[in-house]
Design a protein around this ligand. Structure first.
Ligand code: ZN
Length: 137
């Protein structure tokens, strides 16, 4: 794919440098049958360095996951070569099946079918806790 000219797809911009791969993994982009480009350490006037992810397909992306990894990232939706939508993010109040509780005695480790849910406990510290056992993420 020509990474500069996506016709229909999503560009996740202004990702904190070094977070691109984590986002790629958490969004499970490697499991999709679409072209994805991660561009690392791009020079940015605003941020010094940043990462960018370009997805060459108009697929739904989990905004909560992106907001969790980097609430300052921006999402550009491109259709027919034109930027049609810009989305900004915030730290999500709740994360479902993004993180796994590490407490071996948590109910989620014996009840496999339970969703792993974390709630934002402290916005300033970006602290999440398991809703079942309160363990920190
Ligand atoms: Zn737990």
């Amino acid at each position: 794919m020509n990474i500069d000219s996506i016709q229909n797809g999503i560009v996740i911009d202004h990702i904190r440098a070094g977070c691109g791969m984590q986002l790629y993994d958490l969004l499970k982009l490697g499991e999709l049958d679409v072209s994805v480009a991660i561009i690392k350490n791009v020079t940015s006037h605003k941020m010094g360095k940043k990462d960018i992810i370009k997805i060459d397909a108009d697929i739904p992306v989990d905004l909560d996951v992106i907001g969790f990894v980097d609430p300052d990232a921006t999402i550009n939706v491109i259709r027919n070569g034109v930027l049609v939508e810009k989305k900004t993010l915030a730290l999500p109040e709740k994360l479902t099946n993004v993180l796994k509780c590490k407490n071996p005695r948590c109910i989620t480790s014996c009840e496999q079918e339970l969703p792993h849910v974390f709630k934002l406990a402290d916005r300033a510290q970006r602290l999440y806790r398991c809703i079942y056992c309160e363990t920190k993420a």
